[in-house]
Design a protein around this ligand. Structure first.
Ligand code: ADP
Length: 628
């Protein structure tokens, strides 16, 4: 920081400059969004002033909260002014001196260099105030915080390069003025007509009037309202066009894409409240991160913005939902703590969950074409609900989609009800396998007997799956069962692809001799808990099986890599009694017997997706056996 005549010069964080540069280039084709962003900030500032005035006597809500757009054609200036909460010096440094917030690095790493894809990412990152630099080569912010006694404000100036300056200035009223020095070729934003049309498109239904100076009848300039200024959710559904819902969504979320769907409901009765919930079409970057500060659901009490109440009104697994809740009955001074235990807010929360799940359900009913994109974006998050929200499990379960041995490759298109419908007579469980990735699941030896008998198996490879399935034991009365855990006895289930002859054969060779099993067990030592004959394998020689309650091996590995304690558990080695390698064991002795037993175990590990502890040793053993 350097100082001269009370003007301090600060440098942006290193990453800020990079982001600004990228943003200006990749958002250029959408440059008019700067206006929406600035109006949205101004409207937030007005919301916050109104709220602060309730709690703090030193802050007055003078009643005429509004946003002004002022044009100076001669100087090429466009000013967006609000009489909202304003900022003090520290706020300015914190809020607009810092674009690089947590996650910036990760964000930059995701950029591809492809303008279109990057624009999309940048939009999700939330460019806000900085989008001003798309059209302006210099931006001045003059602001004063409400409640500050001295009539001093702060002036922030930057050209979007590496630095900004700060200076104390006189300012009579609280609020913020953002003055854009428009670039020479962006003068179109000095046309009142163009601004009107942009406001109409983007900001018609924010809750505050937007005013612009226009020439009145006697040539005197006068301020005119140029938006409808009616909070969108307060209007009757029938009067709202889809485009209006969409533009309100963008105002609310700063998303550049349309919402996928929305639900607008008003509840009247013992409690009156309105919910307007949106399903975004793409997931924001940090969705999968386990963040505590969640945003996305704004709580209003009688149109007064109170707080972002996503934490209180939205469960974690619905953290992708966006929207507004407006309650007529909550007290204006409701605090987070109060929301936590308040009975009314409990009811609102339950309603928000129900409506969100209904909205998703409706999308699912509309068919795969609509549902697939949703599922691809948010499915893995929604699955957390199976664990987190027992009370709504029955609503969530039908919304789940899986890849399946009878589905469409790796696509998640199979639902549980459909699976149950397809179950052949005698099948009494929904079978699934979890693995590190789709191909490991699809090619697992555990599926062999199921394939042979034509029994469908769900192929689960999302990170959350193993965790979810530990809690998810039945669907509408049908148990869910992992094909890699416990004992599998398909008995007579399945299309009779296994002819009677085959059956007799399986029956006959079903078990390996006890002596042999014990000998193998001795050769493997404490690597496995047990060695037994398999009823799962038809082609492969061996596979590893876990107890019903044990954690899948791929998940154990993942947790171990993440440095977590994993409960000690040993797999069972199952051998295919019909496989020539296994039969061969019976006639081997000594070192060759031990080597072959070990190779069978190692093969099972490999097909599980594991990495062998000593791959070179494995290769040596296999080669020796091959040379034989
Ligand atoms: P975002 O709005 O997504 O937080 P911005 O970069 O647009 O990101 O703004 C950063 C912060 O600067 C805001 O969160 C707010 O605290 C502050 N800010 C921006 N514009 C205003 C304004 N007109 N009045 C008061 N504070 C503002």
């Amino acid at each position: 920081m350097s100082k001269q005549n009370n003007v301090e010069t600060h440098t942006f964080q290193a990453e800020t400059k990079q982001i600004l540069h990228l943003m200006i280039h990749s958002l250029y084709s959408n440059k008019e969004i700067f206006l929406r962003e600035l109006i949205s900030n101004a409207s937030d500032a007005l919301d916050r002033l109104r709220f602060a005035a309730i709690a703090d006597d030193s802050i007055q809500d003078e009643g005429d909260l509004c946003i002004e757009l002022e044009l100076d054609e001669e100087k090429g200036l466009l000013t967006v002014r609000d009489n909202g909460i304003g900022m003090d010096r520290d706020d300015v440094i914190e809020n607009i001196g810092t674009i690089a917030r947590s996650g910036t690095r990760a964000f930059l790493d995701q950029l591809t260099g492809d303008a279109k894809a990057d624009a999309h990412l940048i939009g999700q990152f939330g460019v806000g105030f900085y989008s001003s630099f798309i059209v302006a080569d210099m931006v001045t912010v003059i602001t004063r915080k409400a409640g500050d006694e001295v009539s001093q404000g702060v002036r922030w100036v930057s050209d979007g390069g590496g630095e900004y300056s700060l200076e104390a200035v006189e300012k009579e009223t609280h609020g913020t003025e953002v003055i854009l020095h428009l670039k020479a070729d962006e003068k179109e934003f000095l046309s009142p007509w163009a601004l009107r049309s942009l406001v109409g498109r983007y900001s018609d239904h924010i809750g505050f009037p937007i005013r612009m100076q226009e020439t009145g009848e006697d040539d005197e300039p006068e301020w005119k309202d140029i938006n409808k200024a009616s909070a969108l959710w307060t209007l009757p559904k029938g009067e709202i066009a889809d485009e209006e819902y969409q533009s309100f969504y963008k105002y609310l979320t700063h998303d550049m894409d349309d919402a996928l769907a929305w639900a607008h409901n008003k509840v009247e009765g013992s409690q009156t409240y309105t919910t307007l919930l949106y399903l975004p079409s793409t997931a924001p970057m940090d969705l999968m991160l386990q963040r505590d500060e969640r945003t996305g659901l704004r709580l209003y009490v009688n149109r007064v913005f109170i707080m972002d109440a996503a934490q209180n009104l939205l469960p974690h697994y619905l953290r992708f939902m966006r929207g507004v809740v407006d309650s007529a009955d909550l007290p204006l001074n409701v605090s987070r703590e109060l929301l936590q235990e308040n009975e009314l807010s409990g009811k609102i929360r339950a309603a928000v969950i129900r409506r969100s799940l209904d909205l998703i359900g409706k999308l699912a009913k509309d068919g795969d074409e609509k549902y697939e994109p949703f599922w691809a974006q948010f499915g893995a998050v929604l699955k957390e609900g199976i664990v987190e929200d027992f009370g709504n499990r029955e609503r969530i379960a039908p919304l789940l989609r899986f890849a399946s041995t009878k589905g469409n490759g790796a696509k998640h298109v199979v639902d549980l009800a459909g699976y149950v419908e397809r179950m052949p007579e005698g099948q009494d469980a929904i079978y699934y396998i979890t693995a590190e990735n789709h191909s490991a699941a699809a090619h697992s030896p555990h599926l062999e007997v199921f394939r042979k008998k034509g029994i469908e198996v769900l192929l689960l490879s999302d990170r959350v799956d193993e965790w979810m399935m530990a809690y998810f034991n039945e669907f509408e009365g049908t148990p869910l069962k992992s094909v890699a855990k416990g004992d599998i006895d398909l008995g007579k289930v399945g299309e009779s692809e296994v002819g009677d002859e085959d059956k007799a054969e399986t029956e006959e060779t079903k078990t390996l001799e006890k002596d042999l099993l014990e000998k193998i067990q001795a050769a493997l030592g404490d690597r496995v808990a047990e060695v037994r004959s398999s009823r799962r394998l038809t082609d492969s020689a061996s596979c590893l099986v876990l107890g019903e309650q044990e954690m899948a091996l791929h998940l154990q590995r993942m947790l171990e890599q993440a440095g977590q304690d994993v409960p000690e558990s040993k797999p069972i080695l199952e051998l295919n009694p019909g496989h020539p390698l296994v039969t061969k064991l019976g006639s081997e002795e000594g070192g060759r017997f031990d080597d072959l037993a070990l190779v069978l175990y190692e093969q099972a590990l490999l097909s599980e997706g594991a990495v062998l502890e000593d791959p070179a040793d494995f290769v040596r053993r296999v080669n020796q056996l091959l040379v034989g």
